[in-house]
Design a protein around this ligand. Structure first.
Ligand SMILES: NC(=O)c1ccc[n+]([C@@H]2O[C@H](COP(=O)([O-])OP(=O)(O)OC[C@H]3O[C@@H](n4cnc5c(N)ncnc54)[C@H](O)[C@@H]3O)[C@@H](O)[C@H]2O)c1
Ligand SMILES: O=c1ccn([C@@H]2O[C@H](COP(=O)(O)OP(=O)(O)O[C@H]3O[C@H](CO)[C@@H](O)[C@H](O)[C@H]3O)[C@@H](O)[C@H]2O)c(=O)[nH]1
Length: 480
């Protein structure tokens, strides 16, 4: 029986391995992690991450051919194929701080593989890593190889959170990069054999190592660039009276451009886009390509601009102060159908409002108050380290509380900010909400999910990203 071990039981390691176990009942899959609470949660009824359909997949295989364990060394020792899906945070200190990927966890995983292995192994990069990481990993492994043959493959993951299981069941493509040697081709074929149990042959792409590594960074940069492009347009729409939804629909009808990923928003979040673009920028700089680095940096600059523009719009509309006003925040996760808050735009928006002394009442169906407190008190990039290594702040934010539903959050509030596009926010009883709010009552929709005309009829003053401005907002000073 082929044995697979995956180091890192996170958002990627957990779901990808669960799907491999489901689709390949003859393969034994062990997912290992240094975090004891994480592994305990994977072995319980309350999985550590919320992802539609995941429970079902895990329940079907756990204890049969899918195992979660903290015994990292034992499972690596036994495995034929070792996936590495550990954190690759942005460096906060030293060379490349604020941009380069911190490969500490990757390197320690590689050293551990070298220490415990007694048989040949295929080592698969699942984490997103800088181009040429495979070369460094290869050096670590072969330097201590004791006659063991290691083949390194790059197999970046393209799943998006909230749709991870569907993305894994029906991927647009699976990408496998390997050495162009007979041993390299053999290793690529071995991994192809795993995926071909459910992925059509023409969707499994094979490339050299460096193309696979770079394709992952490039794909995220292209995706994020689309959002920054439409968000840049949203600012121009507000200034001119155009409607960004109509503009993006018209633009997306061009089959060369396509309709997906053109929703204007308060900004993109998530653990990947910013980190991976910073990483790309750093690689460009290191390769003497400052113009290319500048080009991609702009994607992040526009994203930061969009978040601060939203806060400025809110504060300036409310007589230039939100001090001691209750502002209801609906949604804290970085997108719907996940409890993940990594780099969520809600962090910057809430920090901006707290900076102006607002009282925040936050409701998100999947995010706890404890998590919100951690996010609002943690230093930038600290979130991307294993849980038990994250520094905890001794302070808490006093001017916020978490509400149990949208109605409690909005009661007596002066304004509502919609920051995540949860479906339940689309069907709220806005008349009831309006009746229980301070007047004038404001709605700032950072996801364009409310029916602007209906809310204006109720009496709300409504701002919706990139939509023609409310007469009230037009009279307020311009914001930047
Ligand atoms: N989250 C996504 O949607 C997504 C999608 C594609 C790629 N990626 C990439 O995949 C990688 C993992 O991302 P994630 O979201 O799953 O991160 P995560 O933080 O959810 O999981 C990483 C896990 O690795 C564990 N770990 C770290 N060092 C370890 C070690 N030496 N031994 C054993 N376990 C160790 C941590 O405890 C943690 O549980 C990153 O490189 C990320 O950029 C993420
Ligand atoms: O039209 C859009 C689409 C997305 N977003 C925002 O962009 C962010 C990222 O969304 P999405 O890409 O759907 O989720 P992620 O889980 O971050 O997935 C991205 O990052 C992963 C990690 O690398 C990749 O594997 C995926 O392919 C890539 O889509 C979220 O804040 C979304 O709200 C928009 O504002 N407008």
């Amino acid at each position: 029986m082929v044995k697979i071990c995956c180091i890192g039981a996170g958002y990627v390691g957990g779901p990808t391995m669960a799907v491999i176990a489901l689709k390949c009942p003859h393969i034994e899959v062990a997912v290992v992690d240094i975090s004891v609470p994480r592994i305990s949660a994977w072995n319980s009824d309350q999985l550590p991450i919320y992802e539609p359909g995941l429970d079902d997949v895990v329940k079907q295989c756990r204890g049969k051919n899918l195992f979660f364990s903290t015994d990292v060394e034992k499972h690596v020792f036994e495995a034929d194929i070792v996936f590495v899906s550990v954190n690759t945070p942005t460096k906060t200190r030293g060379l490349g701080a604020g941009k380069a990927a911190d490969l500490t966890y990757w390197e320690s995983a590689a050293r551990m593989i070298a220490d415990v292995s007694k048989s040949d192994k295929i080592v698969v990069e699942k984490s997103t890593v800088p181009v040429k990481t495979a070369e460094a990993i290869e050096k670590i492994l072969t330097h201590n190889s004791k006659g063991i043959n290691y083949q390194i493959l790059s197999n970046p993951e393209f799943l998006a959170e909230g749709t991870a299981i569907q993305d894994l069941f029906h991927p647009d493509r699976v990408l496998i990069g390997g050495r162009e040697t007979p041993e390299g081709f053999k290793a690529v074929q071995a991994l192809k054999d795993v995926y071909s149990h459910w992925v059509p042959e023409d969707r499994i792409l094979t490339t050299n190592l460096w193309s696979a590594e770079l394709s992952k960074l490039a794909a995220n940069a292209f995706l994020a660039q689309r959002i920054s492009s439409v968000n840049a347009m949203s600012a121009l729409c507000e200034a001119t009276g155009a409607d960004v939804t109509q503009v993006s629909y018209a633009v997306g009808k061009d089959t060369r451009i396509g309709p997906k990923f053109l929703n204007a928003s308060v900004g993109f979040g998530g653990s990947c886009f910013q980190k991976d673009i910073l990483n790309l920028v750093y690689i460009c700089e290191c390769n003497g390509l400052p113009e290319v680095a500048e080009y991609w940096k702009q994607v992040i600059k526009i994203n930061d601009y969009q978040k601060s523009r939203f806060v400025n719009r809110l504060v300036s509309s409310m007589f230039n102060t939100v001090a001691n006003k209750k502002v209801a925040i609906l949604g804290f996760a970085f997108k719907k159908d996940t409890g993940d808050t990594r780099e969520t735009p809600a962090i910057d928006v809430c920090k901006g409002l707290l900076g102006d002394k607002a009282n925040l009442s936050i409701y998100d169906p999947q995010v706890t108050e404890d998590q919100i407190q951690r996010d609002l008190t943690m230093n930038k990039f600290d979130w991307d380290h294993p849980l038990h290594l994250q520094p905890t702040s001794p302070s808490t934010v006093k001017k916020l509380h978490a509400a149990w539903d949208a109605y409690q959050a909005t009661k007596d509030a002066h304004a509502i900010c919609i920051l995540t596009e949860w479906d339940e926010f689309k069907t709220l009883d806005f008349q009831r909400i309006y009746d229980n709010m301070q007047k004038p009552a404001f709605v700032f929709d950072g996801r364009n999910i409310v029916d602007v005309n209906k809310l204006r009829e109720i009496g709300f003053i409504v701002y919706s990203i990139g939509k023609p401005l409310d007469a009230w907002l037009k009279d307020m000073p311009a914001v930047a």
